[in-house]
Design a protein around this ligand. Structure first.
Ligand code: WTA
Length: 654
């Protein structure tokens, strides 16, 4: 762990109690909160069994609770059977058939409202279409869609028949899509002709065609939802329009009852190596985490309108768009486009128009919108909002205060939720009616989550504000089950220390004197750009795949909107450009990385050197590169450098 991660620099003392108005109506009252914690402490597995019993509709009720005999491969509720889509849809039909499940708004302003009955029918019909095209329980289906209700319908339809979906963010490139299809061995891609973002068409079908063009043997069919209608090249025998696929299908589809541990989905995320990890989630444990946190942290109630702005391509869009709020019978908002179309007031207009009461977004979005000034949010009626949330990276206190004052009008609690693709649901977050918040802290762990900060030897750090490793000390139902096709990497990545006893989150953190958690950053080579994870190795691999690049090293540096930006040091084949400047090549390399991974991975800065700084044993001195990228004083001992002259090149001085 680098020293800069372990030293805590930020001390923030402001504390905000929940308003009495919010607290009096909150689902979880102080007494409930105490009871939940007490139960979880006294009888940990019994606590989760009780929650699973109360919150999930089972086809076959479980008897076994936790099987940890093969740790770190845990099984929860293993002898139970259920269907996730049934829990999100059918079970609400008795009393909520006409309730709006989804309010959709397209970037151009088109609006659609879908009731629970309609959603159930559409999911069932599409599930039948999947079956008609040979998709069976356990098959992998890749979903590469714009943020339209059909993305959720496709996910729910897979869940309904026990197929395992893997959603690939629409901003990822054809290459990224191909890698994920191949790793998952997917049989089908569900995509659209295109999506709309920032006034432009996102060429989803064209990218799919490119991905399938070669070396993609497992795909049998592509289902294409018609969204942009700008023309798509349909390959006969392989490609089918969504509307044709459902045309003859019945709107009733009996759910496939699956075992609790049946994989619900894979979701690829970045790690320390160049190859993304297919995080595998279970059915029951994941669903339980999704429902419980929607109720506890988001206080989701019957008349709420919940808008989580995340794309379904990320875990946040799985748990707080596609599954959790629906399983809890809520109404969600889905918006397809960019936050700045036609101007930076779009989010606030949507909140006003659809009477959003719970709003959940990322600090990077808050900072970007904050920069545009208060006039935009002030021009809209935001009085429907009663709860705000953030996720993805630590929120800086300035952005927190702006969110609190300008959006929340000082009456809405802010739930800063710490969690990961791997944990499936919120882990450390306030219960908004009970726990006082502090700007920049995700507060305390949820009931049933045993989070702690430990030192190198796995001992709890009791000294306030001293940094260490963030760990989870007990298994929990919603955690990942494995990395698809790579058990060893699962064990090595998440259980490498402390005798394999604690789940290692990969973040450093500290606890203050009140026991509040403050996340300090990653301990591995994972960047957090605009709340999205990217491995430095992934970007490096993309760079060296370019014919002109011999070697590359990538580090992160602070950025006032994105949180972290990417700095790449590149050694070219042949001669280094004069003075280290070649704007045309820099542009080409940035676009190249964009094509290899996706636009979010484009390096913000590229610097050319004759060599990378290496120790005599050949290790790249990353700390040195980080210091330079951040404009900090160089703390490394540069005397071990093989070639001290390149320091000037790296610093941009030669
Ligand atoms: C970071 C997103 C501080 C953290 C749900 C974690 C956060 C990584 C917070 C997971 C938060 C997420 N405060 N940092 N509230 N939430 N992170 O898998 O470094 O995309 O390990 O999941 O984001 O990112 P992922």
């Amino acid at each position: 762990m680098s020293d800069s991660n372990i030293d805590s620099v930020l001390i923030e003392n402001r504390k905000f109690e929940p308003s009495s108005e919010f607290a009096s109506k909150a689902r979880i009252q102080p007494a409930d909160f105490a009871a939940l914690h007490k139960k979880a402490e006294q009888d940990y597995t019994g606590f989760w069994a009780e929650q699973a019993h109360d919150l999930i509709d089972w086809q076959t009720l479980f008897n076994e609770i936790l099987d940890d005999s093969n740790a770190p491969h845990f099984k929860w509720f293993a002898d139970g059977k259920l269907n996730v889509s049934y829990n999100c849809l059918d079970r609400h039909l008795a009393d909520k058939a006409d309730k709006t499940a989804i309010i959709f708004e397209g970037e151009k302003g088109d609006i659609r409202k879908i009731s629970y009955q309609q959603l159930t029918d559409e999911v069932s019909q599409f599930a039948n279409a999947l079956k008609a095209h040979g998709i069976e329980k356990g098959d992998r289906v890749v979903i590469y869609m714009p943020m339209t209700p059909e993305a959720v319908i496709a996910m729910q339809a897979c869940a309904r028949i026990g197929a395992i979906h893997s959603v690939v963010f629409g901003g990822f490139s054809a290459e990224s899509l191909r890698d994920r299809i191949n790793d998952a061995g997917a049989k089908m891609v569900i995509t659209a002709d295109g999506g709309t973002r920032g006034g432009k068409v996102v060429e989803l079908k064209a990218a799919t065609d490119k991905a399938l063009d070669h070396d993609c043997p497992s795909i049998e069919n592509v289902i294409v939802y018609q969204r942009t209608n700008h023309g798509a090249n349909m390959q006969q025998g392989r490609d089918i329009w969504w509307h044709d696929a459902i045309a003859e299908q019945d709107t009733v589809c009996v759910p496939e009852w699956v075992e609790s541990e049946h994989p619900l989905f894979l979701l690829y995320t970045s790690g320390s190596t160049g190859k993304p990890k297919g995080i595998q989630h279970s059915s029951a444990g994941y669903l339980l985490g999704a429902i419980a946190t929607n109720l506890w942290v988001f206080d989701l109630q019957d008349d709420d309108v919940f808008w989580c702005t995340a794309d379904v391509g990320w875990i946040t869009g799985h748990t707080y768009v596609a599954y959790g709020p629906l399983a809890a019978g809520g109404t969600i908002v889905i918006y397809e486009g960019a936050p700045t179309v036609p101007d930076g007031g779009r989010f606030w207009k949507i909140c006003q128009d659809h009477k959003v009461s719970i709003f959940y977004t990322a600090p990077t979005a808050i900072r970007a919108l904050m920069k545009l000034g208060d006039e935009l949010p002030n021009a809209y009626d935001l009085s429907s909002i009663r709860l705000l949330g953030t996720v993805g990276e630590p929120i800086n206190p300035e952005a927190w205060m702006w969110y609190h004052k300008v959006i929340g009008k000082e009456k809405c609690p802010i739930v800063d939720t710490w969690w990961q693709t791997e944990t499936g649901c919120n882990m450390i977050a306030p219960l908004p009616g009970v726990v006082a918040t502090k700007p920049g802290s995700c507060t305390i762990a949820l009931p049933g989550i045993d989070a702690d900060v430990v030192d190198e030897d796995g001992n709890s750090i009791t000294e306030p504000n001293k940094g260490g490793y963030l760990v989870i000390k007990k298994p929990f139902p919603a955690q990942l089950r494995t990395i698809w096709g790579d058990e060893q990497r699962y064990v090595d990545t998440y259980w490498p220390k402390f005798g394999g006893k604690y789940y290692l989150a990969g973040d450093s953190a500290r606890k203050d004197a009140d026991g509040y958690f403050w996340i300090m950053g990653r301990i591995d080579d994972v960047l957090n750009v605009s709340g999205h994870r990217l491995g430095t190795m992934e970007v490096e691999s993309a760079l060296v795949a370019h014919e002109r690049v011999a070697e590359a090293a990538v580090v992160g540096y602070p950025h006032d909107v994105k949180g972290e930006a990417i700095f790449a040091y590149v050694v070219l084949r042949g001669v280094r450009p004069e003075g280290g400047i070649d704007e045309a090549l820099t542009k080409e390399l940035r676009n190249w990385v964009g094509e290899q991974i996706g636009p979010i991975a484009k390096p913000d800065q590229i610097r050319y050197a004759d060599n990378l700084p290496k120790t005599r044993s050949g290790k790249i001195m990353r700390r040195l590169l980080r210091n330079i990228a951040r404009g900090e004083e160089i703390t490394s001992d540069t005397s071990t450098l093989e070639n001290e002259d390149i320091l000037l090149q790296l610093e941009g001085k030669a």
